[in-house]
Design a protein around this ligand. Structure first.
Ligand SMILES: *[C@@H]1O[C@H](CO)[C@@H](O)[C@H](O)[C@H]1NC(C)=O
Ligand SMILES: *[C@@H]1O[C@H](CO)[C@@H](O)[C@H](O)[C@H]1NC(C)=O
Ligand SMILES: *[C@@H]1O[C@H](CO)[C@@H](O)[C@H](O)[C@H]1NC(C)=O
Length: 449
């Protein structure tokens, strides 16, 4: 099909290549025609043309002897299906009728599905279908494709989940090598920060960040990104908390790769007296409880019903089941006031964030006696991410939940939280947390995942 505009811009000729030359010729009469009008004319014609063409083709082929594709299509479906061509309303009605019928009926057993659309067309041409079989085939093909897409989407999510939570092969021994360095290299063991800087760790004129992770690379990314984006890097103090097995490696990393001008402290949970005394046993029980382990580390596809699982719900399930949620390190935030008894305010960062802006204004926010400042995840542009309320996380069929919580309360992101530790110390948040942990251990049907 061609669109030809005459050099004088007075006429537009549209022609198709197969004999319908000069099917339409539009003469533009006005002498001083605006380009705007011309543009609109072209647009309208270009949209109309396919319909005009198809109608003309059908009318032409109706009387033709030789079997063109349109004609065969019509005859095979029979007069009832295509009706008289000029009776286009009837055609559409018949179409609807057949598709409506097919939607509610069972797809016949043993319906042989073509592998592709072109095979469907080929079989159509070879006179193999009546209208109903054709509609069934179309429906079955679409359902099959939908199923396949859903399944591959789910396995893609699964693979991404594992890829994201595992260590790339190239650095399998990264942590091990750093640990080895710790025992053999005195510089890797040196005190962090150096003794003259120790008072800074509890000086509230500085900006204190807390990062709790067993992932050395991630910790390095978070620390470096904070420093790079900071307008006052000399005020930044990092408290990196890690578990016993990662402690030596984490310490070596920050000792051997000092981040310019900032102060980094590395602590293992075994070094907090307060933690080991009474509280860690509660948390460790969670981490090692068989059912919990299975829930977070198990085969996530096994129990899932793929025919009623959407990729989105599967993704959020995987996200909720990330093993890091039962890691002791993840529960540490609840002990911040006790872990840092001298500090008034801290910013707690998750290990999967990259900071791109200066965060110092966070310390100037007046929390008005509140404990936690965070970003709400129920208002915002992204409909999926920003639509999270308590009802998305908790099982409100459970009487205990229904009694204590409001389903329409906005949820919040905890990738970056500011905590007012002075306000926190006046509350009994920790006891409440322990209460819920105990409930969770006794019967795990409190959450919706
Ligand atoms: C905290 O640090 C500031 C700035 O370096 C210093 O002026 C102040 O004396 C320090 N406070 C204490 C209690 O050490
Ligand atoms: C999966 O869900 C579909 C639709 O809800 C249901 O018909 C089917 O029986 C379920 N399959 C299993 C194995 O639970
Ligand atoms: C929600 O709680 C009810 C009542 O305890 C329980 O029967 C149900 O299994 C729970 N649902 C989930 C998904 O855990």
């Amino acid at each position: 099909m061609q669109l030809h505009i005459s050099p004088s811009m007075r006429s537009i000729t549209i022609s198709s290549n197969n004999g319908f030359t000069d099917l339409m010729k539009i003469k533009v009469a006005a002498r001083h025609i605006s380009y705007r009008t011309l543009f609109h004319t072209i647009l309208i014609v270009a949209f109309l043309l396919p319909f005009v063409f198809i109608l003309t083709a059908l009318v032409t082929l109706e009387g033709a002897n030789k079997c063109s594709s349109f004609d065969c299509f019509g005859r095979r479906f029979g007069p009832r299906f295509l009706g008289r061509v000029d009776d286009s309303g009837k055609l559409v009605r018949d179409f609807y009728k057949i598709f409506n019928q097919v939607i509610t009926e069972e797809i016949p057993d043993g319906l042989k599905l073509p592998d592709s659309f072109s095979q469907l067309v080929a079989e159509l041409k070879n006179n193999q279908y009546d209208a109903k079989t054709f509609a069934f085939s179309l429906r079955a093909m679409m359902e099959k494709l939908e199923r396949e897409i859903r399944e591959s989407k789910v396995s893609e999510l699964m693979n991404r989940h594992f890829a994201a939570s595992s260590i790339p092969k190239g650095i399998h021994c990264f942590s091990l090598r750093l640990t080895d360095e710790y025992s053999s290299n005195a510089y890797a063991r040196r005190q962090l920060p150096s003794p003259e800087l120790l008072p800074v760790l509890s000086n509230n004129s500085y900006h204190h960040f807390v990062l709790s992770t067993d992932n050395i690379l991630a910790a390095s990314v978070v620390v470096t990104s904070v420093v790079r984006s900071s307008l006052e890097p000399e005020k930044v103090v990092f408290h990196v908390i890690t578990d016993k097995k990662t402690y030596a490696g984490m310490h070596s990393w920050f000792a051997l790769n000092p981040v310019a001008s900032i102060i980094v402290e590395v602590k293992g949970i075994h070094q907090f007296d307060w933690l080991t005394r009474e509280n860690v046993p509660v948390l460790e029980a969670i981490e090692s409880h068989h059912d919990f382990r299975n829930y977070y580390h198990g085969n996530h596809i096994a129990g899932a019903n793929l025919s009623n699982t959407t990729p989105q719900s599967f993704a959020s399930k995987l996200q909720a089941r990330s093993p890091k949620y039962i890691s002791l390190l993840n529960h540490l935030r609840i002990y911040l006031p006790e872990l840092f008894p001298d500090l008034d305010k801290v910013v707690f960062l998750d290990d999967d964030v990259v900071i791109q802006r200066d965060l110092s204004p966070l310390w100037e926010i007046d929390l008005q006696g509140k404990v936690n400042g965070a970003i709400e995840t129920c208002k915002g542009e992204d409909e999926w991410v920003m639509s999270k309320y308590f009802k998305n996380y908790f099982n409100f069929s459970h009487p205990l939940i229904a009694k204590h919580l409001d389903p329409d309360e906005c949820a919040w992101a905890y990738g970056m939280n500011i905590f007012d530790l002075r306000a926190w110390r006046k509350t009994n948040i920790r006891e409440t947390y322990h209460f819920w942990l105990k409930e969770l251990q006794e019967g795990s049907d409190l959450s919706t995942f």
